[in-house]
Design a protein. Structure first.
Length: 169
């Protein structure tokens, strides 16, 4: 789960090692893609170029609230058109969610970094992908042609890890 039943990421799902990994990855990305409920809330957030998915525009538009942000309606424009509008035509794209956003890119990921906090339970929470909990996130990633790499321990005390799921070349 990404969030609790109120669609909020609770404190018990926040770990310093995971936060550091996430922050570093975003600092290395050329573009961030997310939906309405995904927030970074980090010091570098205002400096990052981003695409914000929304149905409130016909195709793409500048975000009046953030000059570094492009509003994108996937029903009205391609992802490539949204990237072009954002001024990013090559580089690393970080897709930070939510589940509908993750699902849109499932067959395009080169790598998906799946963090797992096995000691945290969020009954009725927001799943990371559509289809969870009927299938595990790992089953869904594998069904889309991604293979698990070596997990990295982010918080040994809480058994929090991140695993790269890569697409075969």
């Amino acid at each position: 789960m990404l969030a609790d039943a109120r669609n909020v990421m609770p404190d018990e799902l926040k770990f310093e090692g995971d936060k550091a990994f996430f922050t570093n990855a975003l600092d290395c990305a050329d573009l961030i893609v997310h939906g309405r409920n995904s927030y970074e809330d980090q010091p570098n957030s205002p400096r990052r170029k981003r695409i914000f998915l929304t149905r409130k525009v016909a195709s793409t538009a500048p975000d009046p609230a953030n000059p570094k942000s492009t509003l994108w309606n996937p029903d009205g424009a391609s992802f490539e058109a949204a990237c072009h509008h954002a001024g990013v035509n090559a580089g690393t794209v970080a897709v930070i969610g939510g589940p509908g956003v993750f699902d849109m890119f499932m067959d395009r990921y080169d790598v998906f970094w799946l963090s797992v906090a096995p000691n945290v339970y969020l009954p009725g929470g927001e799943p990371c992908f559509p289809g969870v909990p009927a299938r595990s996130p790992q089953q869904i990633l594998a069904a889309h042609g991604l293979r698990a790499g070596e997990p990295q321990m982010l918080d040994p005390a809480e058994d929090v890890s991140v695993t790269p799921w890569r697409r075969d070349a």
